[in-house]
Design a protein around this ligand. Structure first.
Ligand code: ASP
Length: 589
């Protein structure tokens, strides 16, 4: 037996017991004829004590120990002289009677402490050492608990966990596919699934009316800060449901997870907001509703006063930032530079300071009387002491910029406490999104999302304005300004699906080639169905109070999509290339 207990287990009540622990050397030190070694495993840290005069042999072994050596220690549990209230085992120590080195270790390239001295790159290269640190250990434990509770809840609701394949057919719509060459089918490729979307719908056709899966998805996207090329979803689908049924089940799941995983009770009813209200009031389809600072449109108030910047635009909007009227010139200049960054994209920033005495001072005093400036500030919802920030442009673009500015000001004012949770359903998304560049519609969610039945006339119209008005029973679950999940009620009739492909500019031949299997399946009695998927990594990160998902994935990739520990992706040799017909053309079939 390597150990009788773990390193996080022993307490004062175990005093007098002889125990054996196994683990890693956190640190060892000598003090006045005594040596102390901290031994660490997944469960905690325990102090070992060696008396140099009575145990010279063990002391000799201790002298040889380095950080991260693997040891096995036997001894008697005793009450500690100087207790450490910070760790659960801090009241005891083990007086050693035997010590074995099970394995030596090179000196680790960074400290294995909660706060490590190692930079990101070096920790990524030695991920297995980084994973020994407390914060990552706690992150992976939370992830495990989360997965367990997801299964508990959904099993309790009659959902079946069914696996779907990873080697599928490439149907690029949305993100780019990762592809895998097939040796047995020269010149042909599988794709890795961006999500199990079509399979879960086929499972509904097959009659498995409640499906879920905690499943890996693959998207070959340019990686933004918090994206991974492979990530995990809690993927779900249900038959014979309307939007309300889906929201109810998954509101229940989120409530269950909050309670069981982090002991947080959320409000009995999660608020709902239409996509249009989210955009108009928060400039985002994933609003952070932990604080107000809503966007107000002031277009008609500001136009026609000779200020050409405002006169020529579709939309002018403002937010009132609480308590910031005292901003100095330097601070407003800095903010102006901030909104001009490409990530925000504004051309400039207009501000109004509403002083404590109610007087106003703005950067456009030349164009407006004090009364007019007062009226604009009031329309922006400003109180005494607030700083009103104004941006303009095309409507949705300007709103989005204001949304980004609102989040920034929320951060600066400390309004975004990671341990306060404000969940929200965003509903009634537009079905389609027009892209000026390619002059075509894209599915806002995905091409299997159904138009609202009451919008079917517009859906079959050939006018762009009509198609733009079509809404879907699509919904996103948003937490603290982060989209954690989304889904929709699906199309279940072959002809509606066909029409959707047509609207998206996918020819009948192309649709048949890529999606023939699902169009066909819909001809064999497809039930009405709908579902959604949650970003599992993100749910974990947010529950852990973090915005970045990387710590919640055991072996993540870096910003370039590389695994720096494996040094992947990597070249393959010529023989492999030839076998897969990657250098030559495959023979015609
Ligand atoms: N498959 C969708 C996604 O990955 C989610 C859904 O509609 O269920 O976003």
């Amino acid at each position: 037996m390597y150990r009788t207990h773990t390193c996080g287990e022993l307490r004062l009540s175990d005093t007098g017991q002889t125990v054996t622990l196994a683990g890693w050397v956190q640190k060892s030190r000598r003090m006045g004829g005594m040596s102390f070694v901290d031994i660490r495993d997944r469960y905690g840290i325990t102090q070992l004590r060696i008396d140099e005069t009575t145990d010279p042999k063990i002391s000799e072994t201790v002298a040889r120990l380095g950080r991260e050596f693997v040891i096995q220690a036997t001894g008697v549990v005793e009450e500690r002289q100087s207790k450490n209230a910070k760790i659960p085992t801090g009241e005891i120590e083990i007086r050693l009677t035997d010590l074995k080195v099970l394995n030596a270790s090179l000196t680790p390239p960074f400290t294995i402490e909660d706060e490590s001295d190692g930079g990101e790159d070096i920790r990524a290269k030695y991920r297995y050492l980084d994973l020994r640190r407390g914060p990552l250990k706690r992150a992976l434990m939370l992830r495990h608990r989360m997965a367990h509770e997801v299964r508990n809840y959904l099993d309790g609701k009659g959902f079946l966990e069914i696996e779907t394949p990873f080697l599928i057919k490439s149907t690029p719509e949305g993100a780019r596919d990762f592809v895998v060459p097939s040796r047995m089918n020269p010149g042909e490729f599988y794709a890795l699934p961006q999500s199990p979307q079509t399979f879960k719908q086929l499972l509904m056709v097959a009659g498995y009316d409640r499906y879920f899966q905690i499943v890996r998805c693959f998207r070959d996207e340019d990686l933004r800060a918090d994206r991974q090329p492979e990530f995990t979803q809690i993927d779900c689908e249900m038959s014979f449901v309307e939007q309300e049924d889906v929201l109810e089940v998954f509101e229940g799941m989120m409530r269950h997870l909050f309670k069981e995983v982090i002991g947080v009770e959320i409000a009995p009813k999660i608020p709902r907001m239409s996509w249009y209200d989210a955009m108009d009031n928060y400039g985002s389809d994933k609003p952070d509703i932990r604080y107000g600072m809503k966007i107000h449109e002031i277009t008609s108030l500001v136009q026609g006063h000779g200020f050409s910047v405002f006169d020529g635009v579709e939309y002018v909007g403002a937010i009132a930032v609480p308590g910031c009227a005292g901003y100095t010139r330097k601070q407003t200049d800095e903010l102006t530079e901030w909104v001009k960054r490409p990530q925000v994209g504004a051309k400039g920033l207009v501000y109004i300071k509403v002083n404590e005495d109610g007087s106003v001072k703005s950067s456009v005093d030349k164009f407006y009387t004090p009364e007019e400036v007062q009226a604009i500030a009031a329309a922006a919802g400003a109180q005494k002491g607030d700083l009103v920030l104004v941006l303009c442009g095309a409507k949705r673009k300007a709103q989005t910029m204001l949304g980004v500015l609102r989040i920034e000001m929320g951060n600066r004012l400390g309004l975004r406490n990671p341990h306060e949770y404000a969940p929200l359903w965003v509903v009634d998304f537009p079905l389609l999104e027009w892209d000026d560049e390619t002059q075509r519609f894209y599915a806002m969610h995905h091409p299997f999302t159904a138009p609202k039945p009451e919008h079917l006339d517009w859906f079959y119209s050939n006018k762009k304005e009509d198609l733009e008005r079509v809404c879907a029973n699509a919904y996103d679950f948003v937490l603290n300004g982060v989209e954690l999940g989304g889904g929709s009620i699906r199309i279940h009739e072959a002809d509606v699906q066909q029409r959707m492909f047509e609207v998206l500019g996918i020819s009948k031949e192309d649709a048949d080639y890529k999606f023939g299997f699902i169009i066909n399946a819909f001809k064999f009695g497809a039930p009405p169905h709908g579902g959604l998927a949650f970003g599992f990594d993100r749910v974990c990160a947010l529950f852990g109070g973090q915005e970045t998902i990387r710590d919640y994935i055991a072996f993540p990739k870096n910003n370039m999509g590389r695994d720096v520990m494996l040094d992947a992706p990597s070249r393959i040799d010529d023989v492999q290339m030839d076998e897969l017909f990657l250098r030559s053309t495959a023979p015609e079939k």
